[in-house]
Ligand binder design. Structure first.
Ligand code: 6PG
Length: 246
């Protein structure tokens, strides 16, 4: 196969939108989330990612015009993963999303569902799973009734997503909705598992910058990476800037 043919064949799993730069990517991601939320009737659950890429998306949502048209009282907020640190710790994903977004918008506190990660990861994972099941209203996920309306995810340079790291036992979790990642450094983590993340009506992966291109190249070639095993019951959209695009 020629190089050109290999390139033509390689593609990311899902719809791929390449934006000119990181700023346009952020605007596109905010619009994507707003559209998903506005086009979904009834109770809405958004699952957010940690990391640096989505932070400006959350900041944008906290400002006009997003702030003014987002149905804050209908949306429940969940986290895809968390570090086992106090909720105000600089590495807490909850603290990041709160500082960037939730502290600045009229979201009822009953609709904010952080991972209770300030404890042993196994216990935190079990508690979060109970909370997710209570919210969902059942102990089993039905493919025609996704847990999450919209899920934001990132990808690490080693192919992880959420806190599903290469070689982790959490990758093999096929029953539980949340799992401990005791081997994570500098502190253990809790992550949603494939079954929970797959129970999404729409997933958007955000990746920006040249450092992400090698791993996205590998993903496009079909390498066996943690991120490659996310298969939502709904749609998958990749939002990339030009530097990251394979
Ligand atoms: C986290 C994440 C993680 C993140 C990727 C990409 O808590 O860090 O949820 O999976 O999405 O590591 O992070 P960046 O957006 O910072 O590259």
């Amino acid at each position: 196969m020629t190089v050109a043919a290999a390139r033509a064949k390689a593609s990311l799993p899902g719809r791929c939108i390449v934006l000119a730069d990181a700023e346009i990517l952020v605007r596109h991601a905010a619009a994507w989330l707003l559209n998903r939320v506005l086009s979904t009737p009834g109770r809405i659950a958004v699952c957010v990612a940690g990391g640096e890429t989505p932070r400006p998306v959350y900041e944008l949502l906290a400002h006009s015009p997003y702030r003014d048209c987002f149905p804050w009282d209908q949306v429940h907020w969940f986290w895809g993963d968390e570090r086992c640190v106090p909720p105000d710790h600089p590495r807490s994903n909850f603290a990041m999303v709160r500082a960037a977004l939730l502290d600045h918008v009229p979201v009822p506190s009953t609709k904010i569902h952080p991972i209770p990660a300030n404890q042993q990861p196994e216990r935190a994972a079990a508690m979060y799973e109970s909370e997710l099941k209570r919210f969902y209203g059942a102990n089993a996920l039905a493919p025609d009734r996704p847990l999450f309306t919209a899920t934001l995810l990132g990808v690490g340079t080693n192919g992880h997503t959420a806190s599903l790291f290469p070689g982790s036992g959490a990758l093999r979790e096929s029953t539980h909705w949340a799992a401990a990642v005791p081997e994570a450094t500098p502190e253990p983590r809790v992550t949603l598992t494939y079954p929970a993340l797959d129970s999404s009506a729409a997933v958007a992966f955000l990746a920006s910058g040249a450092a992400k291109r090698p791993i996205l190249d590998r993903l496009a070639r079909g390498d066996d990476l943690p991120v490659a095993h996310i298969h939502p019951v709904g749609s998958t959209t990749w939002l990339l800037d030009r530097d990251a695009a394979p």
